[in-house]
Ligand binder design. Sequence first.
Ligand code: BGP
Length: 458
Amino acid sequence: MKYAFPDNFWWGSASSALQTEGAREGETTWDYWFAREPNRFHNGVGPQQTSTFYQHWKTDIQLLKQLNHNSFRTSISWARLIPDGIGEVNPEAVDFYNQVIDELNEQGITPFITLFHFDMPMAMQEIGGWENRDVVDAYARYAQICFELFGDRVLHWFTFNEPIVPVEGGYLYDFHYPNVVDFRRAATVAYHTVLAHAKAVQAYRAGHYAGEIGIVLNLTPSYPRSQNPADVKAAHIADLMFNRSFLDPVLRGEYPADLVALLKSYDQLPACKPEDGFLIAEGKIDLLGVNYYQPRRVKCRDSAVNPQAPFMPEWFFDSYEMPGRKMNPYRGWEIYEPGIYDILVNLRDNYGNPRCFISENGMGVENEQRFIENGQINDQYRIEFISEHLAWLHKGISEGCNCLGYHMWTFIDNWSWCNAYKNRYGFIQLDLETQKRTIKKSGEWFAATALNNSFDKE
Ligand code: BGP
């Protein structure tokens, strides 16, 4: 069967500043944490060892062109642009981002720009990070500076990439700095992130810039083990906590009432100001980026909660390992292609069918060198992964879902948070020693699909 996509469908990939650019003047929480606990990072490889986009941006954009990208998302590094988070703008950073943006546009690759992709400037973390409302204001200033500097040529802005991840990693589950385990502080961080998002949207509207503004959320559809009411309730609470805590404010302009009631009953609500509600209502977006990697399967808890243990989302559900599930063993994530369709249908039916696109989808694989044939990685598994997700996405579009594009994670193999270079995601293989780039089979497949705006599959 031929899967054809609508005209002007966005074909591309995503990356982020910290994972690709390399050394910069302003320190982030990642540099700070790595200097103190390198053992937390796979093979002790830290955020300095990247794919050196700062040096190779021009030839890398040539490679994007070779992959027939018509769009590409990366982020601006707040710490590079404003090293102390709040003070002077670094003119070298302005030059760098201007060159990248101009070159992308010149090559016919529409730049999609994220303002914050997990990379908190250390100077901002030192005053409390997202727990401090002053950081919300500093972020809003940074966003406004970006709109002023680049808003004439960047027409698709994203305030945050996966804002729940720094909440989970930094304040619940110990995989980002500052390694706090405290739900109320996590809720405060999440809440302030929503306020920061809304302030940036407000500034964007006030400036009457030419483009549109949105956010990128990692949506994990919550599937209950069964239709038993206890399992259904468990899935509903997981959905409230992990999806709707951001999805509802940015699309509906308010939090789900049952999430607020639940957190209130456990005394976990962050401190709110009366005017916050108006601000959040103004944070509604034009475009939603959806990152989809894995579903979340849950069941009701089998055991009682230990009342001495810290309050956690898992007080309300257990994770459920569905027999026969397909796994990506390297990352430990389930692969469930229909999830992409379920997300789009949920957006269509419950959120007014917003303009959206798949902003990340991907498969990290360890030791890909074993698949080298005639000097090229033959990553047939990745081609299957993409085409099966695209088939479900296509079904969603044919049923009226407003999905405008598909971006893969990622372009060139890049540094990943605590996993460093363990799992490779790229269309292009990176030789860490030489920095040589070699297009994988999946890159060729994607280039052909983007060119034809379609692909064939049984
Ligand atoms: C997303 C992030 C990316 C990227 C990707 C792959 O959550 O937006 O930055 O890293 O996941 O995940 P990982 O690198 O953890 O394997």
